[in-house]
Design a protein around this ligand. Structure first.
Ligand code: SF4
Length: 505
């Protein structure tokens, strides 16, 4: 009979969440390194290099891979012979582990979870509660799989129920381009087939906890229908040319995982959940002999990849930039930003909209005239940092505010990640503005360009407050130019054709 102590479970969960906040799984690093070596698109290769360099910096500095440190998802298998030395319930213990991990002073993680999701959306401040799935199984131990899932990739989860004769491959290939780049590829696709609606989603999510091993499957060949589907989808999804960060390129996914389950004769439920460049998951077993021991990876697990700003990058002084200067930039051009950069994301934009609608002035210090805004919710700093990891959030969510910001505040530039919609692009064109993208999943690297940070408005919004950063050579790419042309359209279109010409990649 195995007895699991409350303290051991709490400590294990907390340690594991800290571990995955700064250590990528090694299978992801190895697969991304191979993809980086193979990549033929210069823009995608540059983005992958940033992700790899960021990954090594985070492992060395024990700081988060991404500013979105994720919502915790736990799959727990409890052996039926296990007894507990605990006062808390299982979910309470896991949530206590989450609470400790996210408020650890040496590596504070960003609390992203809000309660009352359809109402006030109040941050719970400690990233609890986790989403917990528990199964009772034969045995005398407890197995826990943990993930910290970023919002950008979770938002791109999709579900359908096909006719039994329908084509799952066609549905996935039609769906992928509609996801845009907000899920920060390259990553993995988790697919759940069968069961009921909620079972298919769970199958997809749990499949993402498995290691990347598509290359082993390619070498040995498929033994089942799901393995055939994995190979077919891996090749065909990559042939779409979406590429790293949606810039166009030969690698969009590093693996396709599939779990299946029997289903009703009338149904073919299919769930698709992508995992992003900040792939974070781990599993451990508790046998009653203390907390889980997690071995750190070795320095040599990371490739010798370096990243340098492109020599032909435009250098922009944010304190003097004009519409005339940015009018000459084209989609895909590299840019290095220096000077003062205001920040803001969903909640700050909503506040600005409310003020403008009431005819009230913006808060002191918030002047967007001829300025750029960075869509970001950074991690709090530790030690001598001026700011914690501070990568871009998905710009598409700010589309509905774009015309207001460009038309009424004097803003001329935006920095975020992923594509903009047609209305936002039209507004950018009309106002002669520009949209630049930073690499999602390279948050620590990006933060190194930030030399000072101060909150200028809406402090009560926490990570969503408006800050003013002073940046030096912050690396970005022109995603939508002042004519409204988008690299997220031209890049994948170009690489889809090139991949078809190159043949099998
Ligand atoms: S890599 Fe992108 S999708 Fe993933 S957590 Fe970071 S910002 Fe979110």
């Amino acid at each position: 009979m195995t007895t699991i102590k409350q303290q051991d479970l709490i400590e294990s969960v907390s340690d594991a969440l800290q571990y995955i906040s700064y250590y990528h799984p090694i299978d992801y690093i190895q697969a991304l390194t191979k993809a980086w070596e193979r990549e033929k698109s210069a823009a995608a290769k540059d983005a992958m290099a940033q992700i790899l360099v960021n990954s090594r910096m985070c492992a060395e500095g024990h700081r988060p891979i991404c500013q979105d440190t994720g919502m915790v998802v736990a799959f727990v298998e409890v052996g039926m012979e296990v007894t507990w030395d605990a006062e808390m319930g299982l979910e309470e213990m896991i949530n206590e582990g989450v609470r400790r991990a996210y408020s650890a002073p040496e590596n504070v993680l960003r609390a992203s979870v809000v309660s009352d999701p359809a109402g006030a959306r109040v941050n719970t401040r400690d990233n609890t509660p986790a989403v917990i799935h528990t199964r009772l199984v034969p045995g005398d131990h407890v197995e826990i799989k943990l993930a910290a899932k970023g919002g950008g990739s979770e938002n791109k989860s999709r579900f359908t129920v096909l006719n039994p004769s329908g084509s799952l491959v066609d549905w996935v290939l039609e769906t992928m381009p509609t996801l845009g780049a907000g899920w920060c590829p390259p990553g993995m696709l988790g697919i759940g087939i069968g069961g009921s609606a909620e079972k298919a989603m769970l199958l997809a999510k749990e499949s993402l906890m498995e290691p990347i091993d598509i290359h082993e499957l390619q070498a040995r060949g498929p033994n089942s229908r799901t393995e055939e589907l994995r190979l077919e989808l891996f090749e065909k999804v990559n042939a779409l040319g979406i590429g790293a960060q949606g810039l166009g390129g030969v690698t969009t996914v590093l693996d396709v995982k599939i779990n299946d389950y029997p289903t009703h004769a009338a149904s073919l439920p299919v769930a698709l959940i992508p995992n992003c460049a900040a792939t974070r998951h781990i599993e451990f077993t508790l046998n009653g002999d203390g907390p889980a021991e997690l071995q750190p990876p070795k320095a040599e697990d990371w490739p010798e990849v370096t990243w340098e700003a492109s020599a032909d990058a435009h250098r922009v002084n944010l304190d003097k930039v004009t519409r005339e200067e940015i009018a000459g930039f084209k989609p895909g051009d590299r840019v290095l930003l220096s000077g003062k950069l205001l920040t803001g994301r969903d909640a700050a934009h909503k506040r600005i909209q409310e003020l403008l609608e009431k005819g009230e002035p913006l808060p002191d210090g918030v002047d967007f005239n001829n300025r750029f805004i960075y869509y970001v919710g950074p991690v709090d700093p530790v030690d001598d940092e001026v700011v914690g990891p501070a990568g871009p959030t998905t710009a598409t969510r700010m589309d509905k505010f774009t015309d207001m910001m460009l038309g009424e505040t004097g803003l001329i530039g935006m920095v975020g990640k992923a594509e903009r919609g047609p209305a936002a692009r039209e507004s950018i064109k009309q106002h002669g503005a520009i949209y630049l993208m930073a690499v999602g999943g390279a948050a620590y690297l990006v933060a190194k360009a930030i030399r000072s940070s101060r909150i200028v408005a809406f402090e009560e919004l926490g990570m969503e407050a408006i800050r003013e950063f002073e940046v030096v050579d912050m690396p970005v790419t022109v995603a939508v130019d002042s004519r409204g042309d988008s690299v997220h359209e031209s890049g994948p279109a170009e690489w889809r054709v090139k991949i078809a010409e190159i043949g099998k990649i």
